[in-house]
Each structure stands twice: as C-alpha cells, then as structure tokens.
Design a protein around this ligand. Sequence first.
Ligand code: 5AD
Ligand code: SF4
Length: 460
Amino acid sequence: MTQETTTVIRQDATNQRKVFIKTYGCQMNVYDSERMGEALAADGYQPTEVIEDADLILLNTCHIREKAAEKVYSALGRYRDLKTARAKEGRETLIGVAGCVAQAEGEEILRRAPDVSVVIGPQTYHRLPEALRRAKTGERVVDTEYAVEDKFDYLPKKERGVRPKNVSAFLTVQEGCDKFCTFCVVPYTRGAEISRSRKQIVDEAKRLAENGVREITLLGQNVNAWHGEGPDGAEWGLGELLFDLARVDGIDRLRYTTSHPRDMDERLMAAHRELPELMPYLHLPVQAGSDRILKAMNRRHTAAEYLALIERIRAARPDIAMSGDFIVGFPGETEEDFQATLDLVEQVRYAQAFSFKYSPRPGTPGAELGDQVPEAEKADRLQRLQALLSRHQLEFAQSRIGMEMDILLEKPGRNPGQLVGRSPWLQSVVIDAGDAVVGDMVRVRITDASANSLAAVRLD
Ligand code: 5AD
Ligand code: SF4
C-alpha cells in the first residue's frame, strides 16, 4: 500500500515562504503530511505544487521496504541541482526529511545528503517550525526522539478539514506496534503502541464533521489494538470507539485500517454487525498462508485461525469485502509454503490486496536469517500471486454490476460533468453527476466494472 502523493494544504497566507511536501508510503504518512502542512501554514508557509518555487522541500518518507528508503536518497540527489540553481538567484532552499527514514537513519541522512538541514521523526513533527528556525541560522537539526509531550496537543486544530474537497478524511487514533513481526521495521520506526485518548479522537471527528467531512478512516499501524478510557471509566476497545464515533452528527461512514488478526475482538465484531455507518470492507493482512512461515514471521496465529476469524467476520457482516497484504519469499519459504499462500487466497477471495517481495530490513530479525530466497524466485512467486489476486479483484468488481448502492461523491471525474465517488467497498465509482456535487451521497446502479473502477447511473 505505498503511493506517492503531494500534500497540498490550502490556506490564505500572506507571507511569501512556500513549502513543497512530498509524501511516500502509507496513509498515516498522508495524515502526518497534512498535519505538518498545517503546522507550517500556521508558521507562515504557503503550500506549492511547483517544487522550483519552494523555500522548503519536505520529504515525508517510508522505510518499510528497501526500495521505499532508496527513493528518498535519489530524490535528495535530484534536489541538489535545484538548490544550487535557486542559490544563484539569491534564494535559499531548506530541505527537510521527515517520517520513518528520518527516524531509522537520523544522522546518517546528514552524512549521505549534505544539503539536508532538518531530519525530523514521526513523533516530533510538531517541533518542525522550531527546527526550521534553527536551520535558518545554518544549524543542521536532527530531532528523532520519542517526545515526552503528545504531538497532537501541539498541532494546530482549527485548520483541519479546510479543504472543501475533503469529504473523506483520515484520523490517526493509534500509532506504533508491539507485535514485532520479524520482517517489519514499524516497531522500530514508529515505536511502541500508543493510543490517542477517546476525547481527542471524538473532538477531532466533530471538527472534521463541522468542516463537511462525511467519511472518516481511523488510522493506526495496529488500529484494532486501540484502547482507551470510556466516559464511565471503563476500558474501551476500537469497537466501542466506533459506536461512539457513529453518533457524531454528520459522520455517515466509518472505516479503519490496518488491523492485526489477533486484535479482532467481540465488540469489534458487534460494530460490524450493528453499525450501518461502519463500511463493509476490512483490511486484515495475513502475509502468508503457510503455518511454518507464519511462525517464522512471528505472526502468532495459524492459517486455520485466520480463516476461522474471517468466517466469524462474514457471519457478522455477510457483505463484507476482505483486503490483505502478502509477502512472498520470506527466508526459508519453499514452493510448498508458497502454494499454501495461494490456497489461502483461493479460500478468502480478496476484493483487494497488496503484495510484496520480502525485503530484508536492517535491524529486524528476518534480515539475520539464513536461507534468503533468491530474487528471481521472489519475482516469480510475486507474479503468480498477483495474477491470482488481480483475477479475484476483477471478479469482485464485476459482481457489483446491477447492484444499487449509495456512493459518496469525492472529486471531479476525467470528463466534464462526471464525478467520482466511493462505493461502500472502497471502489471508485464514476457517474454523470447531473445536479449532484462533491460531498453528496447519491443512490446509483452499477453498470460496468473494471478492476479499479466502476461505472454507474444515478437513481435519485
Ligand atoms: N518486506 C516486504 N514487505 C513488507 N511489509 C512490511 N515489511 C516488509 C518487508 N520487510 C509489507 C507487509 C505489511 C505492508 C504494510 O508492507 O505486507 O503489511
Ligand atoms: Fe509490522 Fe507486524 Fe506491527 Fe504490522 S503487526 S506494523 S507487520 S510488526
């Protein structure tokens, strides 16, 4: 689930300074980039999509696989010439690296990229304006501590949701991970599991709703491990939180990602069973289908346990669509192990899935294991797995043809008069909008389907 996005925070600022933010990686980085953009807007930085105009170039980075991390260094190499060209015109350019590469590599970034003046980790980005002030005086700043204060208390609140197109928003409820899957850097880059307080989350949801947001996706590296104190002092889990958020006026749709199979409790099942606001789509990574590999990955469940869990989820919400993540070529994975992954995929039939070649990450136990799978083998398995996953994704999309459903309109389509909305199952749906506008929920019938988008006609 990686992507590259440019975060644009619209804000009327009179100050001349401009920031260009490039985001790599997961949705939490997208959320973090928006928060950083807002912190910078409050500090007088205007957003720009034109990198040549930027006084500050900020990369929000991803460390999950080697490729993601290397992209950062090649981007930094490219910015070098830009910085020199601007310097010739008498304009200073600051370059900052934020996110998980910043956290993992810290000082090393300053050594490898001499033009970088600020390195700031995911837990300290509320201190970005201060770091930039120091950088302006020529200092090179590295701030990758796990801050004692709560960053969310220090970020501007009023700007959230100012973008009119924001009918769907992310809301981070939990960060970090204590699961220590042996392939994964997250417990090292994002740190131990912490949950934001129920009050902070509900307040943020209300602010979003007041700004026209109708759909919220709760984010966490291990979102269903969220826990907090309810108003009655009782310990709440994510299920209870979802019941609470469904009561927020104006919020019509709720989603959450990413979950761990071990943390799907009864109350969360109840939320899927009882809450019409909770959309019938669940991203529940399994990574592999062989028990031997699952054990080596320290996933702490078997393939049978995962399949039994999906059966219970489907009993609670029969129309739920499953999504997952897979890794092929974990150390020691044989052809037989890989077949077990294909078998599991056949049984679950994912509506959507993300799959990757195993990438050994420095500092993780997996990287130390012998029996690494040759690159060509990994590539071959990935291709076979993706062929199967794509077939299922297309079949799922086609199974929507003829169905009537509500879609939430999010943005203009490619052709004039078209708008693109989301189905309950997270698919893009293109319609001729008529009098409907972005932010409307409209009733449609699906007329056509490809793997990545649906076409529909309005019914109301
Ligand atoms: N190599 C390949 N894929 C990985 N992921 C996490 N760590 C690695 C790694 N070292 C994948 C997992 C995870 C997703 C976000 O990225 O499938 O669920
Ligand atoms: Fe990484 Fe496993 Fe934690 Fe997910 S549950 S963030 S894969 S360690």
